[in-house]
Design a protein around this ligand. Sequence first.
Ligand SMILES: O=C(O)CCC(=O)C(=O)O
Ligand SMILES: [Fe+2]
Length: 286
Amino acid sequence: MIAAVQTAPTRVAYEQIERRASIAETDFSRLYKARNQPLVITDAARNWRALAAWNFEFFRSRYGATEVTCSRYDGQWYQGANTRQMLLGDFIDGILSQDWKSFPYYIRDYYSLFEQHPELLADCPIPAYFFDWFGRAPAFMRRPGPRLFVGPAGAITPFHSDIWGTHAWMTQIVGRKRWILISPDQARCLGPRISKPGALPRYAIDPADPDFARTPEFGGAHPVEATIGAGEAIFVPGGWFHHVVSIDPTVSLTGNFMGPGCFWPVLPNAVNDLVIKRVAAVFRSA
Ligand SMILES: O=C(O)CCC(=O)C(=O)O
Ligand SMILES: [Fe+2]
């Protein structure tokens, strides 16, 4: 096994998110999705070959020559992230020998590896309890998934909420991630929004080391947190803000979904983005 770089311990601790194993689909829907409550599912990857087979050696030896798109962190992700092509093998060498400060690259929300090597998808079948109601909608309304994240220790995704107000899940395959969440009704505690209107909401406050002089509003926030490790998944309800830091070099899988609890917020956003904006563009160009 390759010794890997880790990040320093964090300074501020928050209330822990509930953790459950072997949760029945009906309980998960009723108690967490429909009520918009976060949860850690400790055995979400129970039947995944990925959990046993996927590690950095596996990716390097089998897919090391595949070119991947890596996002360079330049203080923001969501407005035209800087990207660079790298061989997956070189990227893995980078994240195992360096941390985020010297190697600020992250493979994010990545599906192309699965398009090029579809056999990987058989290793990580999405659990039924993360079923996306868009799965029943026309194909153009669906986002491909699951999507891959691979990054160095210290990699950060600052506070934001996800597309259209969808629910999200992320399962860890390798390494640990610390998640800090804030419910949608506490948006004002995050201080000024730094993304443009129309873009996903994003905020500068670092909840792992909050600067109360700069964002005094954060003093009134009640964040919750969980550190998830290999085999564990976090459920992030629609609209919840989340800040994510990798403790180790990590491999994770994610998906966004519509379901109980987020149907009504998501529907108009999705229709606006996928239908109304497209139709308007057709009329404008006519
Ligand atoms: O794993 C991470 O860095 C966070 C991912 C995330 O929240 C997102 O892509 O929306
Ligand atoms: Fe997110």
